[in-house]
Structure formats: structure tokens, C-alpha cells
Write a new protein. Structure first.
Length: 327
């Protein structure tokens, strides 16, 4: 979607965002005078979406939801979200509601008529019937510790490709596949860890990253890092895969309890970052918060933008400003 005149607006809808996939990241750089970035946040249902938008003071164009393997992917709340021209990002974990792990190799090797194959088939049909564009993330952060029981990098790649092939065979054309790992994977060993988990350009529509400024929340030795520092390896990875839009599907910062307003400044710096020419390949930013995480009890790092009045003010400024603002 191009804004009229010189006014900058966010990419507003799933259809508009899918246009970035169809034309390719390189073309977007050539034709857009300014970056166009879809801004959103994680929220699992209509109530949470409405809470997030009340915080922001306006509609958020993007919503990220998290589902377990044996849960419905969409449903009435996501239909409502779509009707409001919100782009949907659905992450599906290879883990059941009871916590049981599903091994990636078992998904990859499942034969027609076997339960896991039937699960993938049912998901494909649900997505196809939904009609509107869905940005699908199969097992985000596969290299992170919670995913290690699910298998190796090769197993993950095989499972990802199997899911995509089944979808294609079923005639699913409204799904965009967003491969997503942590910012650490892009930085380790010159990015070789990320490459090991990458399913290949033929199976991926966009390259995502989850990036956090943990500061001293998890370890006293962790330095304060800007979003620019966190995602630089991701940006370089994207340059090796031209034509693939880049997305930050989780991003947030802890507070610095010794320096008032430091997190607010961090958010403002992030807002300014994607106006720069080198970052025009980025098409989506989805903020993370502890309140609306599906398993929010395991980490408490003041990641929420409401962790301080100054952080909330900075978030509201970002949502209202170019190139993020939705009319």
C-alpha cells in the first residue's frame, strides 16, 4: 500500500503486507520514498487486542498469536481481527496443550493417514478456509533451549519443508511463511547457526527475528544493547537472501533501574532506526510484553512497554508517528 502524496502510514492490512512479498524486498526499496513498517504486538484474543489498542490510543495494524500443535489456529477472534484490517502472525509450536513434545522428524516423516500428517492437513484446510492472509511461523526459535527436545537443525528443516509442501498440495495460497529465530542465532559462529536452521528460500517468504535487550535481568554481565546492535546480524543475513522481507516478530527491552528514562530512550531510538535507508528491508515490528504471553510466568524482566510511564509515552509516540501510524 502506498500512502497518498508524501504522508507516511503503516502497512495496514494483511493484503497490503502480502504485497511486499509479491513484489520482493528489493523492489520495495526502489519504489518507496520512505520505509513502510507494520507495527503491532502480541495478543492472544480479542480482549487482549482491545487492551493493547487502548494502551496505544489507536488501532494496531499487526497482531501476533501463539498456538500449540493441537489448538485451533484462528477462530472467531482472529476473524474479528481480520475484519478490522489487522495483519495476523500465527506461531505454531510443536508442543501439545498438555506440554508433550512433538519431534520434528516425526512431522517430517509422517505418512498420509497417520495422526501427525492428518494434523498438518487439518491446519492447512483451516488456513485455506480462513481466506485472508496469514503470516505463519512454524516453531519459532527452534534453536533455543525450549525447542531442543524436538530435534536437530536438519530435523527442523525437514519438518518445515513438509508443512509447506502439504499446504501447497492442498492449494493454500493465502499463507506467508515467516521463518523466525532469536537474534543470538544470527550472531553465533558468523551466522552459521541460523543458516543450519534455514529451510531455504523456496520455502520461506520472510525472515524474522526475536530480539531482546535483557540487560541485567537474566545475567548481571549482559550489557545494555540497542535494537540496532541486536538485529545487525539479522540484517546482514537478509542481505544474503535478497528479495526476502525482514521482520522483527518480538522485540522489547528491560528497564535500567539505575537510569530513569533509559528504556524510553531505547524505544525512541528503535522508532528512528527504521527510517534509515539501510533498514528499508524491514516490513514489520511486533512488540512483546509479558502480560499477553501464553506462558508469561517464567520470565519477569519488565519487558512490557507499561513498565514505566516514560516507556509507555515513548511507545505511544512511536505508534502515532511515521512510518508506523495507522489512520
Amino acid at each position: 500500500m502506498r500512502p497518498p502524496g508524501t504522508r507516511l502510514v503503516a502497512v495496514l492490512s494483511a493484503g497490503a503486507l502480502s504485497g511486499a512479498f509479491l513484489t520482493g524486498c528489493g523492489e520495495e526499496r526502489r519504489t518507496a520514498p520512505e520505509p513502510r513498517v507494520l507495527l503491532g504486538a502480541n495478543a492472544q484474543n480479542r480482549r487482549q487486542i482491545e487492551e493493547r489498542e487502548a494502551d496505544a490510543g489507536r488501532r494496531l495494524p499487526g497482531v501476533r498469536v501463539f498456538r500449540r500443535w493441537d489448538e485451533p489456529l484462528l477462530g472467531p477472534d482472529m476473524e474479528w481481527a481480520r475484519s478490522g484490517k489487522r495483519a495476523l502472525f500465527v506461531s505454531v509450536k510443536a508442543r501439545r496443550k498438555d506440554g508433550a513434545v512433538i519431534r520434528w522428524r516425526d512431522i517430517a516423516d509422517a505418512r498420509r493417514g497417520e495422526p501427525l500428517h492428518d494434523d498438518v492437513l487439518a491446519q492447512a484446510r483451516e488456513l485455506k478456509a480462513f481466506g485472508g492472509t496469514v503470516h505463519l511461523v512454524f516453531n519459532h526459535e527452534p534453536e533455543a533451549r525450549p525447542s531442543r527436545p524436538m530435534g536437530s537443525a536438519a530435523d527442523y528443516v525437514a519438518a518445515w519443508r513438509r508443512v509447506v509442501r502439504v499446504h501447497r498440495k492442498e492449494g493454500v495460497t493465502n499463507v506467508r511463511y515467516v521463518w523466525t529465530v532469536t537474534h543470538l542465532a544470527f550472531g553465533r559462529n558468523g551466522g552459521r547457526e541460523a543458516e543450519a536452521y534455514y529451510p531455504g528460500d523456496d520455502y520461506v517468504d520472510a525472515i524474522g527475528v526475536d530480539a531482546y535487550n535483557w540487560y541485567t535481568c537474566l545475567s548481571r554481565d549482559t550489557p545494555w544493547l540497542s535494537l540496532r546492535e541486536l538485529i545487525e546480524p539479522h540484517r546482514r543475513f537478509g542481505l544474503r537472501h535478497p528479495g526476502k522481507p525482514l521482520m522483527v516478530l518480538e522485540w522489547a527491552s528491560a528497564e535500567d533501574k539505575a537510569v530513569s528514562g533509559r528504556k524510553a530512550a531505547w524505544i525512541r531510538e528503535a522508532a528512528a532506526l527504521f527510517r534509515l535507508p539501510d533498514y528499508r528491508g524491514y516490513t514489520a515490528l511486533l512488540y512483546w510484553d509479558d502480560r499477553h504471553a501464553p506462558d508469561a510466568s517464567h520470565i519477569r524482566c519488565d519487558l512490557d512497554y507499561r513498565s514505566s510511564p516514560s516507556a509507555l509515552e515513548a511507545w505511544r509516540e512511536m505508534v502515532a508517528g511515521a512510518p508506523y501510524r495507522a489512520p
